[in-house]
Structures are given as C-alpha cells and as structure tokens.
Design a protein. Structure first.
Length: 276
C-alpha cells in the first residue's frame, strides 16, 4: 500500500512540477477563422486562441503559439516543433494512428457553399437538413446518392489534407472534380471569383467568410454533415509518449466545459454554442 501511495504521490508531483515550470508550445494554423487566424495587426486571434490561453492560465504554464501550414501540422508535432496541436483538428481514426487526442472541446458540422446565383443553391437533399454519417441507414445513403446526382461534374474546392477532402474522395469520387488548396482563404477567393462551383468546409468557417465583403454572394447549400470521416468533434493532438501533457489538458478541458467557459468562447466567435 505504501508503494502504491508513493507512486501516486510521485505522479501528482510530476504533473505539478510540469505545470509550474513548463512552457507549452501550441501549434496552430493561423489561417482558419474563426477557429484561429492572424489578424491585420499580425496577432493570433480566434476561438481556439482564447481557449488555449485560458487553458494555459489555469494549468499555470506559459503558452507559446507556433503557426504551421495545415498539411504539415502533424509531421511538425511529431518532429518536436511544438507540444500540442490546437487548430480545429477533428478527432478521426486515421489521425489516431499517429497521435493521441485530448477530450473533444468543440464540434461543428461541415457544409457545402456556393454562389447565391448558382444552380446548386438551395439544394434539397432527401429532405434532410442534417446527415450523420455514423448512421448507415437508408436515409443517409439516399442523401449521398441525391448529392452525387445534384453535383455531378461540379468542381468542388477544399483545403488539402482535411476531413473535407476525405469525404469527397470516399463518397463522391468520380462524380465531382476535386480541387485542392493550401488554405481555406485560397478556396474562398476562387469560389467568389467563380473558379469553383462549390466549397466544402466547416459551417463556422464558411459563415465567417459569408460575413466578409468578399463573401456576400455566397450561401450554404444542402444538409450539414457530421460523423464518419468528419470525426468525433475537435480536440488537441499530442505525441503518443506525452501522456503528462495529455492528462493536464484533459483535466482543464473538463473544467472549462463544466463551468461554461468553452461555451462562452464559442458564442463569442461563432455566434452559437459549439462546445462539447
């Protein structure tokens, strides 16, 4: 019994020491508003920036934010460039093969968006406003089939190395032309210019664009998608060996969820509660 108590005490002491002394480097994209973005003054802002800063304050550690292009964000974590990814990253089985995820802290469905004068505007897909791909029923399959028929031959623009690219490749391969971009800003520009028939992204990201001067002619279309390749919400990603960092973040995520802090942050940046 004394040995067990000693082990527990040492573990708690280790976490306390880590929290009291460590600077945690947080990797983020800085190009995915309203999740994370670099503003006109050159400063990082967004829901996850507020979330991460609050988490670090509660853990008693210093935050050091590091920006990284999305397609290299996991490799850079594994190479030691930072300690955790907080960047709108969906928790998927594929990514779990490389990293460990914290508890999910936010969730946002995906949607297509088109120009308001497009023939793809106001799509009615199987009468469904939401499609959860975790359900394998007839309604979900019918929705995918109708979506393929409606968008057949269309050029759909997405950010590369994302769940949105995965969805198109898994469910709409051969039916649409997939055009890949390094950032959402890039495909937003091409949609507004008519070089894309549609984009596929998180609803919050699209709405943020729609509220800008460049996106006033853009509208959401069709159902909102979740589950399946879209994952199980958004979480932080850490290296598999960094169990101490994972434990610290899971504790503070639970605390911020329970006291409503995460909900308030999401309402500020998304105009709605997307906390988990």
């Amino acid at each position: 019994m004394k040995k067990i108590l000693l082990i527990i005490s040492l573990f708690v002491l280790g976490l306390t020491s880590l929290a009291n002394s460590q600077t945690i480097r947080i990797g983020t994209e800085g190009a995915y508003p309203p999740w994370n973005n670099i503003n006109s003054a050159g400063d990082l802002e967004g829901a996850e920036i507020d979330f991460g800063n609050e988490a670090c304050e509660r853990m008693g550690v210093t935050c050091e934010w590091v920006t990284q292009d999305w397609d290299g964000i996991i490799p850079a974590l594994l190479q030691g460039k930072y300690d955790i990814i907080v960047a709108g990253m969906s928790i998927t089985e594929e990514r779990k093969e490389k990293v460990n995820f914290t508890t999910g802290y936010m969730t946002d469905p995906a949607s297509f968006a088109v120009l308001k004068n497009s023939g793809l505007a106001n799509l009615n897909i199987a009468g469904m406003s939401k499609v959860n791909l975790n359900n394998a029923g007839g309604k979900e399959q019918a929705a995918i089939g109708q979506l393929i028929a409606a968008m057949n031959g269309a050029t759909v623009c997405v950010q590369s190395s994302t769940i949105h690219q995965n969805f198109l490749e898994k469910h709409m391969s051969g039916a649409v032309k997939v055009k890949l971009y390094q950032s959402v800003d890039d495909h937003n520009i091409d949609l507004a210019a008519g070089r894309c028939d549609a984009i596929l992204a998180d609803v919050g990201s699209i709405v943020d664009f729609m509220e800008s001067d460049s996106g006033i002619d853009v509208a959401l279309t069709g159902p909102k998608f979740s589950g399946g390749v879209f994952g199980d919400g958004v979480g932080g990603a850490v290296r598999k060996e960094d169990t101490d960092i994972l434990e610290m973040w899971n504790n503070v995520i639970a605390e911020m969820s329970k006291d409503g802090t995460t909900a308030e942050i999401t309402k500020k940046w998304f105009g709605r509660d997307i906390s988990m």
